[in-house]
Write a protein that binds this ligand. Structure first.
Ligand code: AOF
Ligand code: ZN
Length: 349
């Protein structure tokens, strides 16, 4: 008797597709990082794929090639609705039909009008199709920034900082290294390699001389490096480490957050790394879509705050965010927060 996949089977398979997509995050940009799994008729995994760099095959094609003849009569589980268009590559909907799969489960509808419609094409070919299983996890994961970009036309902006319990990112004497432990710092590097740009203010470059590269656990440079962006009208010392050739660097001589966003408009996933002046300016402009707060269980009692003036005069004007997750990383806590609602910059009140 043929194996029938239960909903729990599909949810578990979607989790594998979501994990596969994670390894394409950044590498697939400007295309979304999608993951796909092909289950053979006996319910076993016959292929796993993720979106290849632009011009390369989409996730479904990679998974189908791996599955070969085992895809016939099988089930495809994909994080994004299979595309329906001839873009840089052929339509995944047609490839799934040609491979003879009987069922397709995808998590998130493709909001790109040029590529959408795959579900209808598959259905018209007699394939069973469901959308929505795992959509929350998929859209919070590798698809997050791309979905935001599709919706708003602007890059997704995360502000990341590390601070003590009293919200300070430097001690009274200015020392600021090692606020959080090695596990949290490793996490930051892992994430950096998947980003399009890392942005800091000139004050941070002058004070801390950060390198802003993505490093592997052994200290070597990761294969992919984000664009390094310095914002501010001050000159930066010619000896600054960000001026080396480990990654490209852009110095935007402005204090205007909107000008920064306009310059980075072709990017998808942007990280603001500080310092307090830059973070305050982005918060004041309502330009922060997500906050990643690494909180160390330590007190400084004096020293610079993680964020400066954010345009808030009274409690009613506090910049408020919603908790998305709380994780412990070694001795530290990572709070992930998202903007309460609305598309962000340029929002009509
Ligand atoms: C899929 N699977 O793995 C991805 C999809 O220019 P192209 O041909 O590479 O198409 C890019 C569009 O295809 C992109 O904007 C999005 O709508 C969809 N991405 N679709 O079926 C994938 N990465
Ligand atoms: Zn496709």
């Amino acid at each position: 008797m043929a194996h029938t996949n239960s909903r729990a089977d599909i949810e578990a398979t979607m989790a594998i597709a979501i994990e596969a997509a994670e390894s394409a995050r950044g590498f697939s940009t400007p295309n979304p990082a999608v993951g796909a799994v092909i289950l053979a008729t006996d319910g076993t995994i016959a292929g796993v794929g993720m979106t290849q760099p632009p011009g390369g095959p989409h996730a479904e094609i990679v998974a189908l090639r791996q599955a070969g003849a085992a895809a016939r009569g099988g089930t495809a589980v994909v994080t994004l609705e299979p595309c329906n268009h001839q873009g840089r590559t052929g339509p995944c909907s047609q490839a799934l039909i040609d491979a003879g799969v009987s069922t397709v489960h995808y998590a998130v509808d493709d909001p790109n009008p040029a590529a959408a419609g795959g579900a209808a094409t598959l259905q018209a070919a007699g394939i069973r199709v469901t959308g929505g299983i795992g959509s929350e996890a998929a859209s919070r994961g590798a698809l997050r920034a791309w979905l935001h970009k599709q919706r708003t036309g602007r890059p997704h902006i995360t502000w990341k900082y590390a601070a003590t319990l009293d919200g300070r990112s430097a001690a009274a004497d200015g020392t600021s290294q090692w606020i959080t432990g090695p596990a949290a710092r490793g996490r930051v590097h892992e994430d950096r390699a998947k980003l399009d740009a890392v942005v800091v203010g000139t004050g941070t470059v002058v004070a801390d001389d950060p390198w802003l590269t993505a490093r592997m656990p052994d200290g070597s440079l990761a294969a992919r490096q984000p664009l390094r962006v310095v914002v501010g009208t001050r000159d930066i010392p010619a000896s600054s480490r960000i001026l080396d050739d480990a990654a490209p660097t852009l110095h935007l001589r402005t204090r205007d957050v909107h000008e920064v966003i306009d310059t980075l408009t072709d990017l998808t996933d942007v990280l603001i790394e500080g310092g307090p002046t830059l973070a305050g300016a982005f918060l004041a402009a309502d330009a922060v879509d997500r906050i990643q707060a690494f909180v160390a269980p330590a007190i400084l009692g004096a020293g610079a705050a993680a964020v400066g003036d954010a345009g808030v005069q009274t409690i009613a004007e506090a910049r408020r965010f919603s908790r998305e997750s709380v994780e412990t990383i070694g001795p530290d806590i990572l709070l992930s927060l998202i903007r309460d609602s609305g598309p962000g910059v340029g929002r009509q009140e």
